[in-house]
Design a protein around this ligand. Structure first.
Ligand code: ZN
Length: 281
C-alpha cells in the first residue's frame, strides 16, 4: 500500500521519535500555526489502517526542555491536519513504592503545578487573520478522554502489561526534579505519578474539542518514594530505553483500538454553546 502523499491524519501521537522512526512510507510535513511553530515537523503514517500524525514533543534530537515546548502550536498543528484524537504518552516518576520503574499507569486526573506556561488559546490576543479569541472556560473535571483511556488500557492488557487504571498525574515545571519535601507532599496528597509535560497538553486539547489521553511510563521512583540519592537523568533514560519497544507496541495497539466514525464522548462537547471568536482549523 502506498500512502506517500498523505497530508492528513485522524489520530495524533505526541511523543518521542522512537514511536515513528521505523514506520514505512512516512510523510514529513511542516505546519505553521497562528501560535508559532510546533516542536518539529509532523510525520504522517499509517497504523492498522488508521492515519496517524506523529509529533516529537521535544523536537527530534530532544532539544526542547518541557517548559519551552510550544504546546499551543503542537495541538493546533495536529488539529489542522485533521486530527481529532490524541495520544500523549510521557515518562514520569512514581510517587508510591508500588509504582516502580516499568509501571504503566493511565491517569484519570491531573494536577497542574507548572508556573510559566501559556495554557489557553482564548487569551484575547488577535490572531494573524484578525479574529480575536473570546474568553472561553472549558470544563476539565475529567481531563482525559474516556474512550481513549479504554483503548490504552485494553492495548496494554493485550501485551501482558497490566496497567494501573486511573490515578493522578501531577505536572511540575521542571526541568529540575522535585525536592524530597515536594515529592513527599505530592505523595501525601494522594497523587500517583509526577511528570513535566502532561500539562498544558490536556487542557489545550480540550479547548480545541480534541480527545486526549495520556499513558505514563514510570522510569524511576520520585525522591520522596525512594531512599537513595534521588532521581538522575541517566536512570530515567535507561528505564525509558528498556521499555520503549514495549510502549510502542501498546501505543500502536491503542491507536488501532480508538473509536472510529463520529466521536461520542465529553471531549466533543467541550465547546458546545461557546463562541470562541476564532475559527478552529
Ligand atoms: Zn474523547
Amino acid at each position: 500500500m502506498t500512502n506517500a502523499r498523505v497530508t492528513n491524519a485522524e489520530i495524533g501521537v505526541i511523543g518521542g521519535s522512537g514511536f515513528y522512526s521505523f514506520l514505512e512510507d512516512v510523510t514529513e510535513i511542516q505546519v505553521d500555526t497562528p501560535y508559532g511553530s510546533p516542536s518539529d515537523s509532523l510525520f504522517l503514517g499509517e497504523i492498522a489502517g488508521r492515519r496517524v500524525a506523529f509529533l516529537p514533543r521535544h523536537g527530534r534530537g530532544h532539544h526542547l526542555p518541557p517548559h519551552r515546548i510550544n504546546y499551543r502550536a503542537n495541538l493546533w498543528a495536529l488539529r489542522s491536519v485533521g486530527v481529532r484524537q490524541v495520544l500523549g504518552p510521557c515518562a514520569v516518576g512514581g510517587l508510591r513504592p508500588e509504582y516502580g520503574p516499568g509501571t504503566l499507569l493511565v491517569p484519570d486526573q491531573l494536577v497542574d503545578r507548572t508556573k510559566s506556561r501559556v495554557q489557553t488559546f482564548y487569551d484575547g490576543y488577535p490572531l494573524p487573520d484578525g479574529s480575536v479569541p473570546n474568553v472561553v472556560h472549558v470544563a476539565l473535571a475529567d481531563p482525559y478522554c474516556p474512550e481513549g483511556r479504554k483503548a490504552a488500557l485494553s492495548a496494554a492488557r493485550g501485551r501482558d502489561w497490566e496497567p494501573v487504571d486511573g490515578g493522578t498525574l501531577v505536572v511540575i515545571e521542571g526541568p529540575r526534579f522535585s525536592t524530597r519535601a515536594e515529592s513527599r507532599w505530592h505523595a501525601a496528597m494522594g497523587w500517583s505519578v509526577v511528570g513535566m509535560t502532561g500539562h498544558p497538553e490536556a487542557v489545550l486539547a480540550r479547548e480545541l474539542g480534541l480527545c486526549y489521553t495520556t499513558m505514563t511510563l514510570v522510569t524511576d521512583l520520585d525522591a520522596g518514594a525512594e531512599t537513595g540519592e534521588g532521581v538522575s537523568h541517566e536512570e530515567v533514560l535507561r528505564v525509558f530505553a528498556a521499555n520503549v519497544d514495549r510502549l510502542r507496541s501498546v501505543l500502536f495497539d491503542a491507536v488501532a483500538a480508538l473509536p472510529t466514525g463520529e466521536r461520542d464522548c465529553l471531549c466533543t462537547r467541550a465547546l458546545e454553546g461557546l463562541d470562541t471568536g476564532i475559527r478552529l482549523p
